[in-house]
Design a protein around this ligand. Structure first.
Ligand code: IPM
Ligand code: MN
Length: 323
């Protein structure tokens, strides 16, 4: 029997509540399946930890995590600790440090889930977002000059490397080919004359190897509108870090809400562990009340099972949720 070692960072707010539920599901599945089991190790990192130690995760956090088979994360962030500190030092540190350059987010209207859209049925919203997760607008490069002086200047650079673009597009094209679906790239090449013109160029270049894949390219503003007006036209979608971030919240909103929104941060080469986390935040307003929807976390655990080679269990989880 295979034993998978999972590092659990339940984190803040509703993180621990929803993660506890997905762990119950994982335990039940491993018992039923019989081919594998889990060994969970809990790390109490996050904002409470920060208030005690001055760090959201220890300095050697990546070193501690690097030999696990996967990381299960609840949510990070809590009032009292600035978000840009807690998230840069923990969530983004892990995504970047472990080169989890694919952020895989299913946007699918499940049977029985509410959608605010009119005349939309199950099947009409069935997208897979591939968000670039290692660079772009989140590269963390910039400067804060002449702080608090009249000539104060801040610069936040977007970084789009050839390697970074090629690999995310290749992943997207491969998935589109495998699933026989169309691939839509999200751009803003009409205004962002370096980053997004380059993005479009590399999308085309990589596409030369995939003449069988139907492609579309939409500007991000138009894509936001079309996701509401005509979501059917999106199947596999590839977007930069920030555009993917924004559009997947919109995607969650039209397909049942944040409580159903799953996500996986994947290092496809498996050089480092991948991290599975619901899209939603720590929701401090409802934390501790036992009312947070754990389904996003449970589906995320299903994505982890797929990554570990047991994709049939993710399908069964989604079906069970629908039922
Ligand atoms: C997400 C979140 C994070 C992001 C925040 C919390 C830094 O919104 O996973 O979508 O922007 O990536
Ligand atoms: Mn987000």
């Amino acid at each position: 029997m295979d034993t998978y070692r999972i590092a659990v960072i339940a984190g803040d707010g509703i993180g621990p509540e929803v993660t506890a539920e997905s762990i119950k599901v994982l335990e039940a599945i491993s018992e039923k399946d019989g081919r594998f089991c889990f060994e969970f190790t809990y790390y109490p990192w996050g904002c409470e930890y920060y208030l005690k130690t001055g760090q959201t995760m220890p300095k050697d956090g990546l070193e501690i995590l690097k030999d696990y088979d996967a990381i299960l994360l609840g949510a990070v962030g809590y009032p009292g600790v600035p978000d840009h500190i807690s998230l840069r030092e923990l969530l983004l540190e892990i995504r970047h440090g472990f080169d989890q350059y694919i952020n895989l987010r299913p946007i699918k209207l499940l049977k029985g889930a509410p959608t605010p859209l009119k005349d939309v049925n199950v099947g009409d919203i069935d997208m897979t977002f591939i968000r670039e997760n290692s660079e772009g607008e989140y590269a963390g490069s910039g400067a804060w000059l002449y702080k608090d002086q009249p000539n104060e200047v801040v610069i936040q650079d977007s970084v789009f490397s050839r390697k970074g673009c090629e690999r995310v597009f290749r992943y997207a094209y491969e998935l589109a080919r495998k699933e026989g679906k169309s691939l839509t790239s999200i751009s803003k090449g009409n205004a962002l004359n370096y980053s997004m013109v380059y993005w479009d160029q590399i999308f085309k270049e990589v596409g030369a190897d995939y003449p069988d894949v139907e492609t579309h390219s939409y500007l991000v503003d138009a894509a936001a509108m079309l996701m509401v007006k005509d979501p059917k036209r999106f199947q596999i979608v590839v977007a930069s870090n920030l555009f993917g971030d924004i559009l997947t919240d919109l995607g969650a909103a039209i397909s049942g809400g944040m409580g159903l929104a799953a996500g996986a941060n994947i290092n496809p080469e498996r050089t480092f562990p991948s991290m599975f986390e619901p899209i939603h935040g720590s929701a401090p307003d409802i934390a501790g009340k036992g009312i947070a929807n754990p389904i996003a976390s449970i589906w995320t655990a299903g994505q982890m099972l797929t990554f570990l080679g047991y994709g049939e269990w993710e399908e069964r989880i989604v079906k069970a949720v629908e039922e």
